[in-house]
Design a protein around this ligand. Sequence first.
Ligand SMILES: Cc1cc2nc3c(=O)[nH]c(=O)nc-3n(C[C@H](O)[C@H](O)[C@H](O)COP(=O)(O)OP(=O)(O)OC[C@H]3O[C@@H](n4cnc5c(N)ncnc54)[C@H](O)[C@@H]3O)c2cc1C
Length: 438
Amino acid sequence: MSVSRRDLFKLAGVGALVSALPSKSSFAAAEKVGKMGAMLPPPKGNRVVVCGGGWAGLTVAKYLKKEDPNIEVVLIEKRPNFFSCPISNEWLADLVSLDFLSHDYNQPAAKYGYKFINATVLGIERDKKRVYTPQGYIEYNYLVLAPGIRYNYSAWFKDDKQMAEYARVHYPPAYIPGSEHLALKRKIWEFEEGDFVITVPPGAYRCPPAPYERAAMIAYVFKKNKVKGRVIILDPKGDIAPKGPGFRAAYEQLYLGIVEYVPNAVIKEVDPVKKIIKTTAGDFKFADANLVPPHQAGDLVWMADLIAKDKDGKPTGWADQDPITFQAKADPNVFLVGDVIGGVPYPKSGHMANSQGKIVAKIIASRIKGKEYKPTLPDNTCYSMVNGDPQEAIVISVTYELKDGKIEPKPKVINERSKALADATYEWAKAIYRDMFA
Ligand SMILES: Cc1cc2nc3c(=O)[nH]c(=O)nc-3n(C[C@H](O)[C@H](O)[C@H](O)COP(=O)(O)OP(=O)(O)OC[C@H]3O[C@@H](n4cnc5c(N)ncnc54)[C@H](O)[C@@H]3O)c2cc1C
């Protein structure tokens, strides 16, 4: 296999991650990846490789097999088990157990007949239709990229990777499941007094209502534990959205003096060591924090060179795909699905990723059969828990319509919090977990 030094960097994903030249060791790692043999024999028929076993990838894998059991489906996921971000705010407040959020990858793979590989995708060569893992490469006919998001700490710290790592470890964003969530929960329950700051990321980010729901759940814990603490929400937007009236009512009626919402707080500087955030709405010192930097599409989309560019040729940070078919604009054999997508008015949510996953499965299966398929538009529903005792939630549901070539959202919001909506929250979660795992 002959690959250039530049290609090798891309294979290891290092080119997209660092602006300086990679070190000798990362070059050696990339070279090793480039020399690898095949992990699986070449496809006998049609093989679809799905990278990322989150909400989007799991749905695509299952529904492809349901559409056509003859398609060979390979799902590659780096985590050994599934941890749900939806309902994780309720878990932070001890309203559900960790079991509720955790699922195994083996059951759906065995039941629906796709191959699950627990490995990290290290590189993608689109011209050769190959995906590289530490165990070797896998060839595909179609590739689905569903790696979710990555954090863009360089917006805060430029090239200072040490500071970025300091912020991530000491003030974990907990928008990518794992240790960050466990650390955040520990911090909330051990918090003694002072200001606990939550930063809302600018632009598009995973789960728009999540920071406001998280603030309500942390405030609920402080209130319950009689902690002399305040939750300060620093929001670059002018108002809470979505479900603004519902969140505001909860903050005023349930957490008066505990939650302080600060609009128009665009971050100018973050100093996690001195614990100061400078914003356009003033400077804030914090005792502890949930520092959430801006989000971008996950590394795999950068590795595959499928990030959209703005009119000045700068990367938008999000995938460049057709808004209706989710097919990569630069490659008819690649589909981009879930939180990675850009240029469409869809929120980055688990429900949306699941809905898109079903559409993408139908599109690929129809194409393999040589049949025409007119895709529908996805939909979204998002519940937010705002009270812990009694449990009460609010909700937004959105359908979409194509009007004059534009996708238009048709939202329905219930801002009156209720126990019935709290019950519906868990029913929604159970139904969607069943859809992906059972
Ligand atoms: C606090 C919080 C609350 C939320 N609440 C809700 C809610 O109530 N309702 C809702 O609908 N949504 C909610 N969301 C949003 C939801 O979690 C995301 O929108 C959803 O996870 C997106 O699915 P995805 O498949 O695109 O990405 P993910 O679910 O993140 O899946 C991506 C997968 O790709 C894997 N991966 C990445 N890179 C590689 C690689 N190189 N090799 C192998 N595997 C890789 C990752 O490990 C991951 O498992 C919430 C999010 C947060 C943070």
